[in-house]
Design a protein around this ligand. Structure first.
Ligand code: GDP
Ligand code: GDP
Length: 436
């Protein structure tokens, strides 16, 4: 079930990021700091009355050197493109400004529902300031206070009331959804073309939905796949598309909708810091991962080159030790056919369930081999383990005291579980819980 997306727009300093942080709560950030930008996150998820949604702070997407008005116009365009519901945030202390009116003009042009929030209404006697904002023409403005956490419930009530009625299942359960992520020019579009160019291809689009404008159905060897957000790789010529934050946002949204993420690296250029960051998103999102080294045709090689490159990847992406690596060339199509079997495998393992008794045997053997750690005279006791989820496989381990489950011991157990069951291509999660 795809989650609806909410975007916050408004001019600088009205309190967008304050509200964003309030709504997403203390969730750990997956959008890392980008140098020169103080905000640390622009995309996360929130929940209200059991409704889950994605939240975008468009204020975090800055177009370098663009004048103020261009910035906020572009941000409003992003909200229209990406969101199901838009929160238009204003500042009750400053009243309605021309910049607000400018944002409103852009939002009128979309058919997306808009909810006006008037922030910084920190106490009830400020409510008079609200009346100006009716003039924006988006219905009743909701007074809120980001610093005091007031009015958020009313705001979110209205937001979820505007969610699209029916979020249809996007694709069949057995359709494997995958996306390609990587910095510009590593060859993502070329690789999609190389895949689609192979025999038994279907590139037909189901008319009438918004999704097919961005996804590409693909059939191979009798199996159905969907390449997520293919259009995100094509340039539509909008100004904001070239900003790094926006491409990160697109990548995060594609990752979220995928079962398997192909992390594409340029074999000719080698690995750079940005590759690591991008791969980190996929890992933290708990998706299955295949690392693709493209442009292998352009690499001068001998019989050791591939092994050496592989080692380099393992050294750089320590957290991705479970991801298979495929060397190929989108240009010559050499070894492109080896990619799909890896996607299949990663996807299967991502959805694998293990038998509880076998799991507990594996853990018992592991503990016998490497006794549990002690801390301040107390020893970790493991009572029982069970798999509580798939995609990614998630295990709860009931223990006497979760604090005693140190990182290194967790890592050891994870490795034993991997040795016993496979799980190549997928992250797995281990959660220690106190036994009641
Ligand atoms: P953004 O640029 O729209 O993301 O705005 P920020 O969230 O960074 O907030 C701008 C400033 O307004 C910060 O100094 C906040 O502490 C302050 N602020 C945010 N919400 C409120 C509020 O409800 N009341 C008051 N008085 N200040 C607020
Ligand atoms: P994207 O920005 O990641 O989608 O990258 P593109 O697919 O647009 O490719 C960027 C450039 O790399 C283009 O000039 C491609 O022709 C080139 N390229 C892509 N794949 C290969 C490859 O396998 N070998 C070589 N030598 N060049 C490639």
């Amino acid at each position: 079930m795809p989650k609806p997306t909410v975007a916050i727009v408004g001019r600088p300093n009205v309190g967008k990021s304050t509200i964003f942080n309030r709504i997403v709560g203390e969730r750990i950030s997956i959008v890392e700091d980008i140098p020169g930008v103080t905000r640390d996150r622009i995309y996360s998820s929130g929940e209200w009355l059991n409704q889950h949604f994605n939240l975008i702070d468009t204020g975090g997407i800055e177009i370098s050197d663009a004048p103020f008005m261009t910035q906020i116009r572009e941000q409003a365009e992003i909200a229209i493109d990406e969101a199901d519901v838009i929160i238009f945030m204003t500042n009750g202390r400053e009243g309605l400004t021309t910049a607000d009116e400018e944002v409103a003009k852009i939002l009128y042009r979309s058919k997306k529902p808009v909810v006006v929030a008037v922030n910084k209404v920190d106490n009830p006697d400020m409510r008079d300031t609200l009346y100006d904002f009716y003039a924006l023409g988006f219905g009743e403005p909701i007074p809120i206070s980001g610093s005091h956490g007031l009015g958020l419930g009313d705001l979110l009530d209205l937001v979820i009331a505007n969610f699209p009625n029916k979020q249809e299942e996007e694709y069949d359960d057995d359709t494997i959804k995958f996306s390609l992520i990587g910095r510009p020019n590593v060859g993502k579009s070329s690789l999609v073309n190389a895949l689609l160019g192979e025999e038994r291809v279907i590139v037909s689009n189901i008319a009438g939905t918004t999704r097919d404008a961005i996804d590409t159905p693909y059939k191979y060897d009798g199996k159905e796949y969907v390449i997520i957000d293919t259009a995100g790789m094509r340039k539509k010529g909008k100004v904001y598309e070239t900003t790094e934050k926006y491409s990160v946002l697109r990548a995060l949204r594609a990752i979220e909708r995928s079962d398997v993420v192909l992390v594409v690296i340029d074999g000719e250029e080698g690995i750079i810091e940005q590759d690591k960051k991008i791969a980190g998103y996929a890992h933290e999102a708990g998706r299955a991962i295949v690392i693709v080294v493209n442009k292998w045709d352009a690499v001068e090689k001998d019989d050791k080159t591939m092994k050496e490159f592989e080692q380099k990847i393992r050294d750089h992406f320590l957290f991705l030790d479970y991801a298979p690596i495929v060397f190929l060339s989108a240009k010559t199509k050499k070894r492109v056919h080896t990619l799909i079997p890896k996607i299949d495998m990663a996807s299967e393992n991502h959805a694998m369930r293990v038998v509880t008794t076998v799991l507990n045997d594996v853990i018992t053997d592991a503990v016998a081999m490497n006794p549990t750690p002690t801390d301040k005279g107390q020893r970790l006791k493991i009572y029982y383990a069970t798999q509580v989820a798939i995609k990614p496989p998630t295990f709860v381990i009931f223990v006497n005291e979760p604090e005693l489950m140190h990182f290194s011991y967790k890592r050891f157990l994870e490795n034993r579980i991997r040795d016993a069951f496979g799980f190549e291509g997928t992250p797995i999660k281990l959660i220690a819980r106190p036994r009641k």
